[in-house]
Design a binder for this molecule. Structure first.
Ligand code: 5AD
Length: 345
């Protein structure tokens, strides 16, 4: 899509055609299937100072926790018992888990559950760390670019630079990871032009996975008084990401559900999203993974209910990237399909 097309869609007051087209593209390229992932938020310690995030190091009010190797393995075991084929291991940027700790964890998961895909979402590490995790069997890496506006990025992430994140994304891909990127919609200071640039970046990068979530303020951060965007703007971004990538895996972010607890997930799933992340974080830890205020967790039974409510089938299998995988069950393969017709704005 061109810059002008994307801008028109983001500004349009009647997004129905866009959302409907994105839903059709999802069905055509991903099937009427919603993939389920098991999420373990294993540490809320973080050395970064991202202004929007409740895990930021300077937030002294947050009760911090770290799960041990054995606790994480027990949780992965619960995910395997529910027949879910992907575990997403997520944490703040917590270097108390060394290269060796994470490598051992990945290796042990792969030894116990050889068919399970392991996704890491543990932030910016050294390139040698990424190599070691991959060598030990990690399949996927999520590292959201958050915003492609260099100045805004620098302002919201004290001490960090966008170019370092982009360099890591290129490197992760070279290492053979399935790579996830994504932006936050409605960040203070963000313009529509910035969001257009995010979509153009997604189109250019062609990631395997995309996480798009609305900004929601967290009470113990410097951005506590900032408002969230309309759900409609978030849905438009999800829809555009679907149309420009066709078969990327796009979860309905928990933040979408927090914006609208009754309809958020269902609307995301009918506007291009095709993945749900179910929480397996131990109940005692959940209230402390406060990246934003009012964060909700999704349970498996609720996810399954929602999937049938939107007329889809749940897929618990590993659900690798559709960009390379030959997994055809329930999926109309992308190979040879014509490009979707993009309606005029
Ligand atoms: N609103 C929305 N998303 C947030 N994240 C962190 N804080 C917020 C917030 N206030 C997301 C970021 C980050 C991940 C840890 O959570 O995208 O990558």
């Amino acid at each position: 899509m061109t810059k002008d097309q994307i801008t028109k869609f983001l500004l349009s007051t009647s997004p129905e055609v866009l959302l409907k087209t994105a839903n059709e593209v999802r069905v055509q390229y991903c099937g009427k299937v919603v993939y389920i992932r098991g999420l373990v938020e294993f540490s809320n310690h973080c050395c970064r100072q991202c202004l929007y995030c409740g895990l930021r190091a300077e937030n002294k009010t947050l009760q911090r926790y770290r799960m041990t190797h054995d606790e994480i393995m027990e949780t992965v075991c619960r995910i395997a018992k529910d027949s879910i084929g992907t575990v997403v291991l997520q944490s703040g940027d917590d270097f108390s888990y060394t290269r060796n700790d994470i490598s051992t964890l990945v290796r042990d998961i792969k030894r116990e559950f050889p068919h399970m895909a392991v996704t890491l979402s543990i932030g910016e590490r050294s390139l040698d760390d990424y190599q070691a995790f991959r060598d030990n069997g990690a399949d996927r890496y999520l590292l959201k670019h958050e915003t492609i506006n260099e100045k805004l990025y620098a302002c919201l992430h004290p001490g960090q630079e966008l170019k370092d994140r982009l360099m890591r994304l290129d490197h992760l891909r070279k290492l053979g990871y399935q790579v996830g990127i994504g932006n936050i919609v409605g960040l203070p200071g963000q313009t529509i032009q910035d969001l257009v640039d995010d979509i153009l970046f997604i189109q250019d990068f062609q990631p395997d996975m995309i996480g798009i979530s609305p900004f929601i303020s967290q009470n113990d951060t410097p951005l506590r008084d900032m408002v969230s965007p309309d759900l409609s703007l978030v849905l438009r971004c999800i829809a555009l990401a679907r149309i420009v990538t066709k078969n990327a895996h796009i979860p309905s972010a928990t933040a979408v559900n927090t914006l609208d607890p009754d309809r958020g997930d269902a609307l995301a799933l009918t506007s291009g999203a095709n993945v749900l992340m179910v929480s397996y974080t131990p109940i005692r830890n959940r209230p402390h993974y406060q990246i934003y205020s009012g964060k909700k967790s999704l349970e498996l039974d609720r996810a399954l209910e929602m999937i049938s409510a939107v007329g889809c089938k749940a897929c618990l299998k590993r659900g690798d990237s559709l960009k390379y995988s030959q997994e055809t069950e329930n999926v109309h393969t992308a190979v040879g399909n014509p490009a979707p017709k993009i309606p005029s704005a």
